[in-house]
Design a protein around this ligand. Sequence first.
Ligand SMILES: *[C@@H]1O[C@H](CO)[C@@H](O)[C@H](O)[C@H]1NC(C)=O
Ligand SMILES: *[C@@H]1O[C@H](CO)[C@@H](O)[C@H](O)[C@H]1NC(C)=O
Ligand SMILES: *[C@@H]1O[C@H](CO)[C@@H](O)[C@H](O)[C@H]1NC(C)=O
Ligand SMILES: *[C@@H]1O[C@H](CO)[C@@H](O)[C@H](O)[C@H]1NC(C)=O
Ligand SMILES: *[C@@H]1O[C@H](CO)[C@@H](O)[C@H](O)[C@H]1NC(C)=O
Length: 249
Amino acid sequence: MGFLQSLGTYVSLLSLCSSGVADPFNGTKPQSYGMLFFPAFDSIDVFGPLEILQFLGYMHKIDVAFIAETLDPVSSLPLTENKFNSHTHTSLTPTHTIHTAPELDVLIVVGGPGMRSNSLNATIQFIKEKTPKVKQLITVCTGSGLAARSGVLDGKKATTHKTSWPGIIKFGPNTTWLPDKRWVEDDSGSPPIWSSSGVSSGMDLMLHFVETYYTLENATWIGKMMEYVRHTDPNDDPFAINGTTLLRV
Ligand SMILES: *[C@@H]1O[C@H](CO)[C@@H](O)[C@H](O)[C@H]1NC(C)=O
Ligand SMILES: *[C@@H]1O[C@H](CO)[C@@H](O)[C@H](O)[C@H]1NC(C)=O
Ligand SMILES: *[C@@H]1O[C@H](CO)[C@@H](O)[C@H](O)[C@H]1NC(C)=O
Ligand SMILES: *[C@@H]1O[C@H](CO)[C@@H](O)[C@H](O)[C@H]1NC(C)=O
Ligand SMILES: *[C@@H]1O[C@H](CO)[C@@H](O)[C@H](O)[C@H]1NC(C)=O
């Protein structure tokens, strides 16, 4: 083996050993994010990770595109389950449609009761077509169910909102659903797919993402600004469904 060849082998072994998995960003920092949402999205699924990205934007140049089927404001009002006709919801204005979405480093698919709708075929098609073109896919809460409906979770491991468990895992019959994780990182393919459990767990996943691809210092600072106590261990899930519970669903 020539000197250059053995040096190359040594360097690639070294980088494999130090990082564990291939870096989808190839040593650069992710810069363009897209947040995909739909009618009856869950507020925290959007605004939890967004809060983290807004603080991150003070430290690094990043951009977030807000993506929906049209440019019309999208309400978080549930499609059903509002028997008191309560007025507690708000709308989010997209910056892009699924047809004008920019190139993205990271696509974030949020969840919420509306993810079960039969009117999301164009959104689901977007997830299917966009996923191979991004460097990382992140799902929050039942957003993993929407991703599963597009097929991108086939053969992958993932998690989702524990209270919605039985209904959501049906969307991904070929997905290995892990019921006792706060979040799951599937780095087996390109792009890596990281899925969070319910609602607030999206913030833990996002802070872990900041720690992984920016710095621990940045993640710690953002947690401090939010006065938020992170779960740093994906196996530490207070809402885990254990074996006994699973048998009952
Ligand atoms: C990764 O970065 C290196 C160093 O900047 C560059 O030479 C290489 O082409 C990049 N690889 C890809 C796949 O972008
Ligand atoms: C969406 O796709 C599903 C499955 O292909 C189909 O059954 C359904 O009719 C479609 N919905 C609409 C509104 O086109
Ligand atoms: C699941 O995988 C099996 C084997 O690869 C395949 O036959 C089946 O069509 C897949 N089902 C879905 C829903 O993707
Ligand atoms: C964020 O991380 C960058 C390095 O990527 C560092 O220069 C900066 O000081 C950090 N800022 C905070 C507040 O952690
Ligand atoms: C699983 O959950 C059930 C119901 O909450 C509880 O009774 C049981 O002790 C739990 N088992 C384990 C191994 O944690």
